[in-house]
Design a protein around this ligand. Sequence first.
Ligand code: ATP
Ligand code: MG
Ligand code: FE
Length: 340
Amino acid sequence: PIVLAVESSCDETAMAVIAGDGRILANVVATQIDFHARFGGVVPEIASRKHTEAVVGVFEEAMAQAGEALGTAPLQATDLAAVGVTQGPGLVGALVVGVAFSKGLAAMAGIGLVGVNHLEGHLYANLFETPDLEPPFVASLVSGGHTMLVHVRDWGDYEVLGQTIDDAVGEAFDKVAKALGLGYPGGPVISKLAAEGDPRAIAFPRALLHSHDYRFSLSGLKTAVITYIEAENRAGRPIDMPDLAASFQAAVIDVQVSKALTAVEACSLDDFCVGGGVAANPALRSAYAEKLGERGVRVTVPPLSACTDNAAMIALVALRDVQAGRLAELSMDAEPNWSL
Ligand code: ATP
Ligand code: MG
Ligand code: FE
């Protein structure tokens, strides 16, 4: 079966087409970053409107790309067996655009409909790097809206070991970048600065490092960074941006790596993977490879392009559900708070 996947949970309008053998035939991402950057974060009303504007063009592009990959004319809706759409979690006004489009397409073409969990998509992105990745394993989800450690018992069978009690890791990167006047999103610009800085220059707090559980807390770290910036400004001292970025990033990474190590050992597992936009962070990727690698754990991270939001990862989950016959009703709706 050929399946179209639709993703509109946040600020990317994305569609992908997947063939029955798992080959990605099309992968289109229209990002709205430029429209949100001057606000220092995603503005829900703008996201919703931009999805509405982009959805038809992205669809046509994806269907053309898929046709090209198959050496045919652009695909028609009736060439598809189903459409799989991110049903949640995410911004409700953003999700409903993709959901309404997908329901309309399914009804019009008489094809199947599948509702996909966005976080499960982030997990599945690891299959693009390690196709033979098989549960059980431990996964870390670190994104703009989530920070959690998950025991993946099987595909579709998830035990959330613990999560953040306040901000998500990506959110902390975004808020620190905003405080430094570096725009949105914060992750890429801070990680670039951090590569030139000294991670030991400034001692920032490692919240809950020794809490003996899998809870995370990022808001205190964000406040500590902002307080530091304000104090330096008041004292008239110039801020060493690379050192600040590296020290902030190191505080985040120390906690992430420490709890990941505890989790793989507590679950007696030797496979670990990472999903979500923050998985693109080079220092986090190498810290996992080094610290978990030296304990004999195989570490998988998604290809860079599959870390942040995309529909190819959604397509993997949608194809699984189509092949298992797990279809949704046309009456399904966005689930903004859908958990894993
Ligand atoms: P969720 O998946 O929880 O619904 P989201 O879809 O908005 O949230 P993603 O697209 O998965 O989030 O990830 C975006 C986040 O990833 C942003 O907060 C961004 O700053 C962060 N990010 C992207 N690249 C990097 C990087 N190199 N280092 C750190 N963070 C990064
Ligand atoms: Mg995004
Ligand atoms: Fe995401």
